[in-house]
Unconditional design. Sequence first.
Length: 558
Amino acid sequence: MLIEYPTKEHDEGVDWPTLGPQVVDFIEERFCYGPGSMQGQPAKLDSDQRRVLYRAYEHYPGDYKLFGMPMAGRRRMQRVAWSVRKGSAKTELLAWVVACELHPEGPVRWTGYDPTAIGGLKTGRPVTDPYIPMLAYTKDQVSELGYGALMSILETCDDADMFDIGLGRILRLNEFGKRDGIAVPLAGSPSALDGARTTFQALDETHRLYTDIHRDAIETMLNNLPKRPLEDPWQFSTTTAGEPGQNSYAEAEYIEGVKCVEGKKSSRGFYFFHRQASDGAKFDTMQNRMAAIWEATGPGVRKWSRIDTIAAQWDREGADKQYLERVWTNRWTQTAAQAFSKEKFSALGKRSFIIPDGAFVTVGFDGSKFNDSTGFVVTDIRTGIQNVYGFWEHPEEWNVLDNNNRPVRWQVPVAEVNDTLEEIFTKFEVWRLYGDPPHWVEEMAKWCAKYPDQVREFWTKDPTRMYYATKSYISAQDTGSVAHNGDPDLIRHIGNTGKRLTRGTDEDGQPRFVLAKISQDRKMDLAVCGILSWQARMDAIQENAQPEEKWAIPVRVR
């Protein structure tokens, strides 16, 4: 399954000229493979790698105007993201591109148009005084992966004497043996001086770039790119799918790419290439696993991959199947990472399953006030039926600006939440409400004061308590003890709920886990509400909670 943006459908009917063929030829003529089984052998790009470089080096046609501004000679793409499974030579391609951008003869910048040439452009020129930061999770990772591959490639090429190669930097030398450009490994932001001179930047394994330091570094680097317009700076990132919900830079690019493909947004200057197994892929048999891995593997990599050996890893005792699915099929939404079966939960729904007024119930509450979602789920203690009663979610199309043209954060209407709580307590006989308090501290404190015997804090950050509450909810779905009225938002949030394995097992020998988002943009708060509401029901049954007796006053009829 290939997710690509832009494709021919997005190309505006334009035949985009490109330096890609020249760059591909230069790599195969000048460079070899880096560390690994093929070290020292001549470089050979496969069809996916060629496709990416052809798109990466596209230029605007000579007569193209953007909002009235002539774009002749300008690069089309400022950001290029390549996302493929483990073992697809991602780091190799990244290092080859850096080598081209640094090389004193690399044909990587526009010099003119030639309709008779392959790609439609004259022979490209090298970058003047290139500055190339290579960012990775840690400096050791840069040295061992992207930067280490670059060192090996340049040391073994015929042009090695054009460079001064060291562990902390690689200098391009001019005819006098003086510095004429530089590539440096980074684990943080470039210095203020060097950052202003960036001509190209390389990001390796961006699924590992998820801390605030990394995100801030990338933001700083991106803002530095326009400072050398004569060199048309750009960024190239490579990755494999990462941990969903970790807010990595790879996840942000994946979300952006998918939204562009779905027509939900448009990102000019962004090229996204992501190859994965289909969302419906199965991993229960050797044959199904091999089919999924085959689908996630590019045509060139298939020729030498041992698909059977990869698929056999699922059978190892104690194998991390979530990790295997993620890295070998490049899926952000892993089957093994899902906390619940969306299909199984959906089958438990029926439109007529509505909790009647006056029912003896429990309630679950969870959510955030800003740019997220919040809701209540009510559970009938007697029947186990769950209904959503009050739900607010950040609109996908939200794009509101203040008077200074700055984005306004979407906020849950707090007054509506308070009113809904009062409606629940009026409409039903509530035994207990369990609510996660971190984002609603003030409101929950008021609710506890008003309903001291009925409103309780349930901290979902408590891993042990939350694990057993979730396990109970999974068991209820497996046995059919829980039911619902088919609310589409509840079903969607159930499907969006993932899990991340932690250390240790429970008393049944099952690996423990904590809940996590399947993807950063997929909400799961109603699922948490369902868990808390169900746990309150289990506690009510254990304590033999009973509704208050309703005393009727006899009326004498004459």
